[in-house]
Design a protein around this ligand. Sequence first.
Ligand code: WQD
Length: 337
Amino acid sequence: MKILVTGGLGFIGSHTVVELQNEGFEVVIIDNLSNSSEEVLKGIFAITGKMPLFEKLDLREKKSVQEFFKEHNDVNGVIHFAASKAVGESVENPLLYYENNLGTLVYILQELEKKDEANFIFSSSCTVYGQAEKMPITENALVQQPMSPYGNSKKIGEEIIIDTAKATNINAILLRYFNPIGSHPSAEIGELPLGVPQNLVPFITQTGFGLRQELSVFGDDYPTPDGTAIRDYIHVVDLAKAHVIALQRLLNKKNLDKVETFNLGTGTGSSVLEVIHSFEKVSGKKLPYKIVPRREGDITEAYANTDKANNVLGWKAQSTLDEAMASAWKWEQKIRG
Ligand code: WQD
């Protein structure tokens, strides 16, 4: 069974390649290296002892996508991570996001619809819920108009997949991530944010290491217990394992519908201050931070109802916030060491 992982040298992609190899799958990675590096292949090999196939390819080039599927005509499962994912950048450059996140999705699906059987796992996001009415968030919570073109590209991507699955042999699972954090315990792979990190945890670990002067906490006037916003931070290895379980569900034809959706979180919400305190506990370091005004577009809280993932998909996150923060800190020290 050869599995294609697009964006497989990225943060979640590389951790998923490791878990696929651990389950005995042969993996071929497509990545255009716009937000990753070939060095990540060495990290994967260091963990599993298996070197995945790798093709540097831009999925926006339809011809290249067609040629890839001709060459690798034994691919019968695709896990699709490749996408741009910076919320702020998407507001400034929406067309880059619609072309890169949706054009490429269409080209891949056009190749899969030619196959007698095709299994497709889509990297989606809880951002499609916007600020959900009720916590914890279930899969049938209202999908609202996301606050950014990035979020909208995930929402439209899901709709494209649903329409396509209805009309073709493609079976799909949409995985809506909450907030992925941490790194593989080996510290051979991890998050490699380019430039100034947009996300909370890499900014914290870089500040802890002294690369950033202090963390700006975006608002402490939210209607939450300590005033800072709440998210569901899930260890990236737990998230990667969920992808393998979802793929196996389709390969073994256990899916109940042509398209199934699962929220992937821990089910526990943590505030920004709680994440800071977790970092201080696991690192033994005091984290310098200041409270600044809210960031445009941020929501107050989001954490997952994990019943469906636990009971239908048969997956449950194992790591605690402290374990995830400790792995993120270990990785930061490794790459800066
Ligand atoms: C988390 C919390 C910030 C940075 C986004 C995307 C989501 C997914 C994950 C890709 C918020 C606060 C952050 C900082 C802060 N992306 N914060 N200071 O915005 O929940 O989710 O990234 O898959 O789709 O929407 O994640 O890490 O940016 O922020 O106070 O320097 O930390 O306000 O409350 P977010 P985040």
